[in-house]
Design a protein around this ligand. Structure first.
Ligand SMILES: Cc1cc2nc3c(=O)[nH]c(=O)nc-3n(C[C@H](O)[C@H](O)[C@H](O)COP(=O)(O)OP(=O)(O)OC[C@H]3O[C@@H](n4cnc5c(N)ncnc54)[C@H](O)[C@@H]3O)c2cc1C
Length: 427
């Protein structure tokens, strides 16, 4: 009789989940998700690191995950606790042989991995598998230390020589778990110290945060509506659910696997149509990988004022100026509309993000890290490397040496000519 724990992190799914599949080599398995209390601490800017909309989204994913795991006889335990404390306790209590988790790559997550490794009982083996990225970061066609700075160079090498793993099969049911974790209450809103919020009904992301909804959206964006065929020409839109794929919130918590998207797009290209738009969706997923690799290459520099360029810039932080930006009261209607959308829904288009980030860093000359921290609080698709990487990039301390200042009123005129977007959020 052998037992395992699947420590769920940003892989809240059953499909293409290597950690889950490996854990299911044992006779009995227990699922565990930890809300690290550190996620709810106050930032240096006076708001919490994680906001209620993102929490709401994760809880939806966990509910669905619990239901699906239940069909495999795997209970899901959800706690507010540090993994490095709770996992060793569970290992002792249940005499666990192996703990399985998806590998993370950034500072706080690596710290937790280190502490957990030290705290586990001798008997228990800890296994990490890669699963966040499209390409396998363990088999890169270049030396990570020498990875080129510029996206295009990296993309070309990945496209030519990179390896995208096949989808991992979903495991079968385990023997019943001996405990009664499935009966335990999950922490309620009070336990997180947050007031519950639900997204505004004007949201561009009208779906639940779970794997089921993610797979349905993948199906509908490709096979039913065939919107993917026009993606390259609609992706700069601002209003509605369909101008872009909206995969990012599910990708960020791993309710959807990027490799699943890739293999579905390839199948679509073979069976229905291949064009510049089908290619472009994968192209954008490579941007996502790129920022992850940048973080792996540069470590915690991605969180520093001078970024990975180590460019000394005197950023200021004026709480009043920042507050106006944060709450959508700058007087620039395009920026304000986007900030209201973010505040009320936890989502904002890529076009909007570029503009508001540029406005904060280049027009208001405020510390870009405060903006990145606010995005971290609000975005339901918050992803540590996509967020901090894009912010660095726009602030001019990232990979691109060019000036990334956006003329927000010119952008509004081009992308919101009839003011439909601004009316939606400001009227
Ligand atoms: C300042 C700033 C902060 C951002 N913060 C985040 C974040 O926290 N989480 C996040 O997922 N994305 C972030 N992005 C990237 C991008 O805005 C979102 O991925 C995109 O808007 C999500 O919508 P979508 O899924 O419909 O994208 P689509 O246009 O349909 O793109 C498909 C997928 O490609 C990836 N992608 C697209 N553009 C980018 C990009 N610029 N960088 C990295 N990946 C990309 C995403 O995974 C996305 O789901 C940020 C961009 C900026 C400028």
């Amino acid at each position: 009789m052998s037992r395992s724990i699947i420590w769920f992190r940003n892989n809240l799914r059953l499909h293409d989940n290597a950690a889950l599949a490996n854990a299911c080599r044992h006779d009995q398995a227990l699922g565990l998700y930890c809300f690290d209390p550190g996620l709810f601490r106050e930032t240096a800017y006076g708001f919490l690191k994680t906001g209620a909309l993102r929490l709401h989204f994760i809880l939806e994913a966990l509910e669905n995950l619990q239901e699906e795991l239940g069909k495999l006889n795997i209970p899901l335990k959800v706690v507010i606790a540090k993994p490095e404390i709770v996992i060793p306790e569970l290992c002792d209590r249940w005499s666990i042989d192996g703990v399985y988790a998806q590998k993370e790559h950034t500072y706080e997550e690596l710290q937790v991995e280190k502490l957990l490794t030290e705290a586990l009982p001798d008997k228990t083996q800890l296994h990490f598998t890669e699963g966040i990225t499209l390409f396998n970061p363990e088999k890169l066609p270049f030396d990570l230390d020498k990875m080129p700075r510029v996206f295009t160079d990296v993309r070309k090498m990945l496209e030519k020589y990179g390896e995208i793993p096949d989808i991992v099969d979903q495991p079968g049911a385990r023997e019943a778990w001996p405990g009664n974790e499935e009966l335990e209450q999950w922490p309620g809103w009070e336990a997180f110290g947050l007031e519950a919020e639900t997204p505004d009904e004007r949201t561009a992301f009208p779906w639940r945060g779970d794997e089921k909804a993610a797979l349905e959206r993948l199906e509908s964006y490709l096979w039913e509506s065939r919107r993917i065929e026009k993606y390259k020409f609609t992706r700069n839109g601002l209003v509605g659910a369909d101008y872009s794929s909206k995969f990012s919130p599910w990708l960020s918590i791993g309710a959807l696997s990027p490799r699943m998207i890739y293999h579905e797009v390839k199948r679509y290209e073979q069976e229905v149509k291949k064009n510049i738009s089908t290619y472009w969706l994968i192209f954008e997923l490579i941007w996502r990988d790129f920022f992850r690799l940048v973080a792996m290459q540069h470590g915690s520099k991605i969180f520093m004022a001078e970024g990975i360029r180590q460019k000394p810039v005197e950023w200021s932080f004026d709480p009043e100026v920042f507050e106006k930006w944060r709450t959508g009261n700058t007087g620039d209607d395009f920026v304000d509309a986007n900030m209201k959308e973010l505040q009320l829904t936890g989502f904002m288009s890529n076009r909007g993000r570029q503009n508001v980030a540029s406005y904060l860093a280049h027009d208001l000359k405020q510390d870009w890290r405060a903006g990145a921290a606010w995005f971290e609080n609000r975005l339901i698709d918050y992803d540590v490397t996509s967020n901090w990487g894009n912010w660095m990039y726009v602030a001019g301390v990232g990979n691109d040496p060019r000036d990334r200042k956006f003329n927000t009123q010119w952008q509004a005129e081009k992308y919101d000519k009839n003011r439909q977007y601004r009316k939606l959020w400001l009227d």
